[in-house]
Design a protein. Structure first.
Length: 175
């Protein structure tokens, strides 16, 4: 459990527990032995690229997705023939895909249980945003000729994934 102490400093429960008077537990905290209501966060107060998404709330992941989309629009531009896609953050069963772009629904889907870190979530959104910018009508034609690994749209999307680090530097203070 992480608590915010004086001046917003993160303090572990074990450090605080020894400093509380014994009577505080039952009387002041309503009889809650573990004081869990003091902190209603699922995960850390500071988020890093390597932070596991399993420690974050879906709301926090959606905030990361929204800021990443804003970064993509500012850095990579928009497709004048299609509105900017919405982003869905969902859990996926046994898929190994990190995400997908559904051109028919104009929707970027991020599988938060497959994207195991914040960095991978950002990379996935950048990758799928790249597909939104591409002429996806040509995708299947090229796919039949060259396959997935040599597909020029996939190669471009993988190259753009490298923007995750500058993206993070831009958005991390907004989350």
């Amino acid at each position: 459990m992480i608590l915010v102490g004086r001046a917003g400093v993160n303090t572990s429960w074990s450090l605080i527990k020894g400093r509380l008077p014994q009577t505080m537990g039952k009387d002041l905290f309503g009889g809650l032995g573990n004081y869990s209501y003091l902190c209603n966060m699922k995960g850390p107060t500071t988020i890093y690229l390597k932070t596991p998404t399993s420690t974050l709330t879906r709301s926090a992941i959606r905030q990361i997705a929204m800021e990443t989309m804003n970064y993509c629009m500012q850095t990579m531009g928009t497709n004048p023939s299609i509105r900017v896609p919405r982003v869905s953050v969902i859990k996926r069963g046994r898929s190994k895909n990190y995400g997908s772009f559904d051109i028919d629904k104009n929707n970027i889907i991020v599988y938060h249980n497959v994207c195991e870190t914040v960095g991978m979530t950002i990379r996935t959104i950048i990758h799928e945003y790249t597909h939104y910018l591409q002429d996806m009508k040509q995708y299947q034609i090229l796919y039949k000729k060259v396959g997935y690994n040599k597909h020029p749209y996939e190669l471009e999307a993988r190259r753009n994934e490298k923007l995750y680090s500058p993206c993070w530097k831009t958005i991390k203070n907004k989350i």
